[in-house]
Design a protein around this ligand. Structure first.
Ligand code: ADP
Ligand code: ADP
Length: 228
């Protein structure tokens, strides 16, 4: 079925002095289980597009739905990971991941089991109690990824999640993300500046034009999805 449905979406940011059209008539359909990479120049509206899908920014015109439900506010069935991991400095790895459960009032036993599974899956075992400042940037992003996935959202949105990391760490995390995508069947929308990354990870690459953002071109990627 359709996981994300964006129809004729326009977003304008209005202030007293100016009006910015961030997105101009964007239509995009994403099937469940797809991995969509979104690329385009800085300021073309990539972040805004993800924020609208997450229910954090309202469409000026047009509509967005996730698994058939109109998005009218912050979405429960979505995970969101940003460029900065935004971890709580005084909480250890496991407790940072469980923050998601507290915010959503998840069942404690289920959240704990899921957290342990994700810690294992992302190679964070042994670091459960480590504080963020004791971790490398790559490990911090792994924690953020675990937190975004804790409630098993059918749709995961990622905005330049590994953008601040060195090339090697980034490559490792991309391989992990690929594995998570294959193993969980999560629908993923990833904003990235790297075309290579977009093509390696995505089943489809959406290229956006400079501001105001429009979908300019779609590249269907027909490559082996595994790299072992
Ligand atoms: P990208 O992620 O592609 O760099 P953004 O979606 O962040 O682009 O921004 C698109 C345009 O909208 C930019 O011109 C940006 O300055 C503007 N913009 C984004 N968020 C806001 C906001 N909350 N208020 C005003 N302008 C904004
Ligand atoms: P990123 O590119 O890392 O996703 P942001 O989404 O925070 O960064 O911001 C993207 C662009 O949108 C920036 O150019 C920023 O100046 C602009 N922007 C974000 N929020 C606002 C806002 N509240 N008002 C005006 N411009 C904004």
């Amino acid at each position: 079925g359709t996981a994300v449905d964006v129809t004729d979406l326009t977003v304008r940011f209005q202030s007293k002095r100016s009006s910015t059209t961030a997105l101009d008539d964007v239509t995009m359909r994403v099937d469940a289980g797809e991995f969509i990479s979104i690329v385009g120049p800085s300021g073309c509206g990539k972040s805004t597009l993800l924020k609208v899908v997450a229910g954090l920014v309202r469409p000026t015109t047009g509509s967005v739905s996730v698994h058939g439900e109109a998005v009218t506010g912050p979405q429960r069935n979505i995970g969101f990971a940003f460029q900065r991991a935004a971890l709580l400095e005084w909480r250890g790895v496991r407790k940072n991941i469980l923050l998601q459960a507290e915010m959503r009032g998840m069942d404690k036993a289920r959240a704990a089991a899921r957290a342990d599974e994700l810690i294992e899956l992302t190679g964070l075992s042994g670091f459960e109690k480590a504080l963020p400042h004791e971790l490398s940037g790559g490990m911090q992003q792994r924690v953020a990824l675990c937190r975004a996935l804790l409630h098993e959202p059918p749709v995961l949105l990622m905005d330049e999640p590994f953008g601040a990391l060195d090339a090697l760490t980034r490559e490792q995390l991309n391989a992990e993300l690929n594995r998570i995508w294959r193993e969980t069947g999560t629908t993923i929308l990833l904003v990235t500046h790297s075309i290579a990354e977009a093509v390696f990870l995505g089943t489809r690459v959406e290229v956006m034009s400079p501001r105001p953002g429009r979908l300019m071109r779609t590249l269907e990627v027909d490559l082996p999805r595994e790299r072992d």
